[in-house]
Each structure stands twice: as C-alpha cells, then as structure tokens.
Design a protein. Structure first.
Length: 132
C-alpha cells in the first residue's frame, strides 16, 4: 500500500467532506441498470493502459479540468470518477463541482475496490507507447 503524505491525506479528507462517494456495488448496479452516466478514469495513461473498468473514458487528473467541457459540455451530465484507490478521484470530483458540474460522484475505493469486489476489469496488456 502506498504511503501518502499527511498534507495530501488532509487535502483528500477535506475534499471527501464536499463530495458524493459511491461504492463499487452502487456503481455496478448503476451500470447494470444502464443508468445514464459517464464513467471517467482519472488515472495516468500508464495505469489506464494496464486495464480499466468497462465503459470508462480516460481523462487523467492532470488534464481533466482543461478537457472535460469539450467531452461533456452539459454541466448536468452524471459523472462518476475513479482512480486506483479513491484519493485522486475525490480531488477531481471536488474540482468538477467547483467548475459547475452538478451530478458528480467519486468511486470511494477506486479501481482497487472494484477489482476486490470481483467485478470485471478490462485488461489491455499494452505497454506504454504501444499503439496497437
């Protein structure tokens, strides 16, 4: 398990007080019910390339604020963001709310929680730089 700095953990803790989080089971139910939502993987490109939750779109934390409006211009779009452990996506969810998005959720335990729950994860097996 990664050791995060106290300042980062405080930032995440403060963000989590301002956002809505959902569990992997809640996300699975929404996907199974075909609820209209956009699932966004905010991990780095190398993490995305190693696999992701089915139906997800990739917009890494480093660019999401810059590019989100091009991809999802409607501020009422239902967005669910996830990272690997639920920390970075909490920060992203808070940022998107500040930008005016009204229906943002963060996957509380990230992709690791999704995998631990036994849900499918698309393995791409691509190496960084592989364009297949």
């Amino acid at each position: 398990m990664k050791q995060h700095s106290p300042s980062f953990l405080k930032l995440v803790s403060d963000a989590k007080k301002q956002i809505h989080e959902i569990t992997p089971a809640q996300l699975k139910e929404k996907l199974d019910q075909h609820e209209p939502l956009q699932l966004i993987d905010v991990r780095e490109e190398s993490e995305w390339s190693s696999g992701h939750i089915p139906t997800a779109t990739h917009l890494s934390k480093g660019i999401i604020e810059r590019d989100i409006e091009k991809k999802f211009p409607d501020l009422n779009t239902s967005l669910v963001v996830y990272c690997s452990g639920g920390f970075r996506c909490a920060l992203v969810a808070e940022s998107l709310q500040k930008m005016g998005y009204t229906h943002v959720s963060s996957l509380e335990s990230g992709s690791q929680g999704w995998i631990d729950a036994g849900y499918s994860f698309l393995q791409t097996n691509k190496k960084i730089g592989d364009r297949r």
